[in-house]
Write a protein that binds this ligand. Structure first.
Ligand code: 13P
Length: 319
């Protein structure tokens, strides 16, 4: 039998013997010893007169307490977003290999300023290698399954990301929306799965050039946010990334004023988003990163091309 309990926002399942009959048959294997030595102890009959080595109720209690502690730790180790003043998230996309990982680790010094949160997102196959070799930065995945478990060939669950100590995951990147036809509803489910497993979703939103030209930027963002944000999202467990599609990989960026006003729009669009960390992405490089990240409503950058140019990335994150 699985008992479900809810601990804060997490549901925990604890395994106990299946039926009353099972419990009784377990209990029949033991007998209560007489007080004081034997008080509340259950031990196998065969050794009842020697040494108490099995304490069924106690063991059950310990299991329950241990499960609660494990789940609490999972929740506790979810990164505390408020302890950072800025975020620099490297999205390697489909670039990088084992040699590149070694080169990255050799060349890139993490900033002394520990209020800067650095996250590196390699392709899934390298998550574990990077995670084992990393120093002073966090690891993020680039995608996750909307499903928890089951017959979904080729998918990677949030639960397995958690097993490999992955702390962040990009969801709803425009490349996934456009090339892989990912929809807001799926992004919403992916965020839900991640939050459940203590991983921070970085939910990407952004308008196309056509939508921008039609003056529909805010309308598009509002709709994407409304539909792709999980109900369980809040400012401590989710990050928003504004990435105008037309600025990704093109060398074009909105003006600083445009970036600031769009971020302000996102923040004020729904009071739920007031305290969210909102990152900008799209042709961020060393020549514009400081100005962008210094904007009042910008909390950091999501960096594509410049994150695999190690000289560039070094300059972007340096003190
Ligand atoms: P670029 O920095 O190459 O424009 O890519 C941005 C991006 O897609 C980050 O997720």
């Amino acid at each position: 039998m699985l008992i479900s309990i809810t601990l804060r926002n997490l549901e925990v399942e604890i395994g106990v013997p299946d039926t009353e009959a099972t419990i009784l048959s377990e209990l029949n294997k033991f007998e209560y010893l007489s007080p004081p030595l034997k008080k509340n102890r259950l031990i196998p009959k065969s050794i009842a007169n020697t040494k108490a080595i099995f304490d069924f109720p106690r063991l059950l209690n310990i299991n329950i307490v241990a499960s609660i502690i494990i789940v609490s730790i999972r929740e506790i180790i979810m990164i505390k977003l408020d302890s950072f003043s800025s975020f620099f998230i490297a999205n390697w996309k489909l670039h990088g290999n084992l040699n590149f990982i070694d080169e990255f680790l050799d060349k890139i010094q993490m900033p002394n300023d520990i209020s800067k949160c650095i996250v590196v997102c390699p392709t899934s196959i390298y998550l574990d290698t990077l995670s084992q070799k990393k120093k002073k930065f966090f690891i993020g995945a680039q995608n996750v399954s909307q499903y928890e478990d089951g017959a979904y060939t080729g998918e990677i669950s949030s639960n397995s990301l958690r097993d490999f100590k992955i702390d962040f995951c990009i969801v709803g990147h425009s490349e996934r929306r456009q090339i892989f036809y990912e929809k807001n509803g799926e992004i919403n489910l992916k965020s839900f799965q991640l939050i459940k497993d203590g991983i921070i979703p970085i939910v990407c939103v952004g308008e196309t050039l056509e939508e921008k030209k039609q003056g529909r930027t805010n309308e598009v963002l509002e709709n994407q946010l409304k539909e792709s944000m999980s109900d369980s999202s809040n400012s401590s467990n989710t990050i928003i990334a504004y990435e105008p599609v037309w600025a990704i990989g093109t060398g074009l960026t909105p003006s600083y004023e445009e970036i600031e006003s769009t971020h302000k729009f996102i923040r004020e669009n729904n009071k739920k988003f007031n305290n969210f960390k909102i990152l900008y992405g799209g042709s961020v490089k060393s020549s514009n990163s400081k100005e962008i990240v210094a904007l009042p409503n910008v909390d950091g950058a999501l960096i594509g091309g410049a994150s695999i140019n190690l000289d560039e990335f070094k300059k972007i994150i340096e003190d």
